[in-house]
Design a protein. Sequence first.
Length: 195
Amino acid sequence: MKKVMVLFSKGYEETEALLVVTYLRRAGIPTDIVSTVGTPDTVGDHGVIIRADKLWEDIRPADYDALVTPGGYPGAEALAADKRVTETVRAFYEEGKLVASICAGPIVLQAAGIAGEIEGVCYPGCEEAVGFKQAHEEIVHIDRNVITGRGPLTAPFFALAIIRYLAGEEKAAEVAEQILFSRVRAALQDCSCFI
């Protein structure tokens, strides 16, 4: 079974980070919250404290098959400034392991020197800072072994794309059913609450 690390720095977008972890675990994919801040207690962009499973210092990146960088601009900037992270992102990309980034998270891809080699999506307005070979508009984009997502409300689609990539269509459909995806899709077609 593929093993995933989701990197939590200081100031990550909590909904993106934790939703990915919980959905991957629903799929039975071993997923570790890895703190890059030297303490297991991490603090998100909105003051939510989440305890990591492991510290960066205690893991071997080679033991993982996929790496996820959540958004939240302070958190993404902190990950982008961390040479351990950017070197690992670059190595995963070159080895064909999955690299997944959402929202402002793709600035880590830029810092790792791979954004200019791929096409992807990010939070609107971050495109220039990321510098994709080509930026797209859809909510999730897959370019070879890199999955990118747009932002907080697209996190379920991003997580399902990761599940599909790592565990197959059947497992992604199973999790989609558990989270009531089809009901939400139907409700959104009739939703007038935001217009």
